[in-house]
Design a protein around this ligand. Structure first.
Ligand code: ATP
Length: 228
């Protein structure tokens, strides 16, 4: 595992203060991801958010961009935010990246008392029942879902009954959930209709992606001729 060096020194951290875990392909990372992490950190009171770029995501087609580049883009994007850190374990693993395995490993490292919040967007959450051993996720972490203002996620026709049932007795109104795992929090976030797919498309036709993602990431993309 590699955790970015600008992360706070472990001795400066409050024992068992809640930690956010944010996985994604990050191909490339953009302001939608960064605002989600920042707003959830504030809403829940997360001391740290650990970004974990997927190596080989099992739920979707292989990312277009080599893991080493996606990792570097995440490093550049989070640099300067003392609350954000990067964890390269999935990128460094030769096996498919199952979130449940990553959370189990983090739980083993950080201890049973550590409060963990798995962060995700509503689109990812609606597909949760397709994830490997998805029900075990609730044993390992709380889940915070970034929903748009007014979005009635629970009433959404897109929510499978299995998931609705799992959420119904877990939903909490705020981030002060008791215990280290098991709650579901639907959080509002500033709507930012930015996607990595749209950024890749824009760049592939030599369009401008400026102000959709950090300049440091865009600079790296140009330097490495990614998405051209
Ligand atoms: P792609 O377009 O390649 O599918 P993406 O932009 O959706 O990529 P991912 O890396 O697949 O990015 O997403 C990681 C996580 O970030 C997911 O939980 C997803 O729901 C969330 N997310 C991505 N973009 C946004 C956004 N604009 N607003 C809120 N959440 C987002």
């Amino acid at each position: 595992m590699t955790v970015a060096s600008h992360a706070p020194h472990p001795s400066s951290l409050t024992p068992h203060a809640p930690i956010g875990i944010f996985g994604g392909t990050f191909d490339p990372i953009h302001f939608g991801h960064l605002r989600l992490a920042e707003e959830m950190a504030e809403a829940i009171g997360l001391e740290r958010v650990r970004f974990i770029p997927a190596g080989q995501p099992p739920h979707r087609a292989a990312p277009r961009t080599a893991a080493v580049h996606r990792l570097e883009m995440v490093r550049r994007a989070v640099s300067g935010n003392p609350r954000f850190e990067v964890d390269a374990r999935e990128v460094n693993s030769p096996r498919p990246s199952y979130t449940v395995d990553t959370l189990a490993a983090l739980r083993a490292e950080l201890g049973e008392a550590q409060t963990l919040w798995l962060l995700m967007g509503a689109d990812a959450f609606l597909g949760l029942t397709g994830w490997h051993e998805w029900q075990r996720l609730f044993e390992l972490a709380h889940i915070a879902v970034a929903a748009r203002p007014g979005a009635q996620l629970m009433q959404s026709d897109a929510m499978p009954d299995l998931l609705r049932h799992a959420v119904s007795h877990r939903q909490v109104a705020d981030g002060s959930a008791a215990g280290p795992a098991g709650a579901v929090l639907l959080c509002r976030m500033t709507p930012l209709d930015i996607s990595a797919t749209a950024i890749r498309d824009t760049l592939s036709r030599q369009g401008s992606a400026r102000y959709l993602l950090p300049d440091a990431v865009l600079g790296y993309i140009h330097e490495q001729k990614l998405y051209a």
